[in-house]
Unconditional design. Structure first.
Length: 276
């Protein structure tokens, strides 16, 4: 498929695990708020939602009941034409076993998984292989999160030794870290490009006011984008975005100018499928 023929997947990451309304008053937290955000982002060009849930104190949670409520609320507003992805993010709270147990119980259509969290050096590789085999049989689409070259090396190893039972997998390249004042720049994408033969499709996310510049660099190199208040709340001109859809619209318009076609929800589902 040629450059201009590959649909560009825009995923909205509207809240993440860390920021609260004390940090950003217009960040969506509740299922109803996230569902309205999803509808706005869909209208702006997003075909995928990256979903986090919080507890009553706005703290990160992997509670299955809360996730079911969130997924039901979002799906009721956006319909079927959006891929809904959950996360296993640990945030220093959850073990790899707890992350895997959540997915076994929730059975989402898609999930993002940080390689460094699910497969640390002391990981039980047999249990991990069994988990990924379960995901394959349950038709749950994983997206492996890679923060640095050592994560890419670990990802490559997991495929080569058969822990990840397949040929190629969708990944997310994270340009930067979840630290105060983090500002990502487009050149940070370069070490990731071509670093693994086991990547089916790649997406990136970036922090700070150059988020959109990073996203459009990725679009030009054939990748996909995850955008939103989880990583950044500033528009290109440095002004605060009124909502997540503002950021989606910037990426949508820029990628069109770069010759990329915007993916539908069904196309996003196909693109985000691993080659098991």
């Amino acid at each position: 498929m040629g450059y201009g023929d590959k649909p560009f997947v825009i995923a909205s990451a509207p809240n993440g695990a860390r920021k609260t309304k004390a940090d950003l008053p217009n960040i969506p937290i509740t299922p109803a708020e996230v569902a309205r955000t999803a509808l706005e982002c869909k209208a702006a060009g997003a075909s995928m939602m990256h979903l986090h849930v919080r507890d009553e104190d706005q703290k990160h949670s992997l509670d299955v009941g809360r996730y079911r409520e969130m997924l039901t609320e979002v799906r009721s507003l956006v319909g079927d034409d959006m891929l809904l992805q959950v996360t296993t993010e640990a945030v220093g709270i959850y073990t790899a076993q707890q992350q895997m147990e959540m997915i076994r119980n929730l059975l989402p259509e898609a999930v993002s998984i940080a390689v460094r969290e699910i497969a640390p050096v002391d990981a039980d590789l047999n249990a991990l292989k069994s988990f990924f085999e379960f995901m394959r049989e349950a038709k749950i689409a994983p997206q492996l999160i890679l923060y640095a070259p050592e994560d890419v090396a670990r990802f490559n190893q997991l495929v080569e030794i058969g822990v990840l039972p397949g040929d190629k997998f969708p990944v997310l390249f994270v340009l930067g870290r979840y630290t105060a004042g983090q500002v990502s720049q487009p050149f940070e994408l370069l070490p990731f490009i071509g670093a693994s033969p086991y990547v089916s499709e790649w997406m990136l996310c970036a922090f700070g006011p150059y988020e959109n510049a990073c996203i459009l660099t990725g679009a030009g190199l054939g990748g996909h984008a995850r955008i939103g208040f989880e990583n950044n709340h500033l528009r290109v001109d440095g002004s605060p975005a009124s909502n997540n859809a503002d950021l989606i619209a910037q990426a949508h318009d820029g990628s069109i100018l770069m010759g990329r076609k915007i993916a539908t929800g069904e196309q996003a589902r196909q693109i985000m499928q691993p080659m098991w």
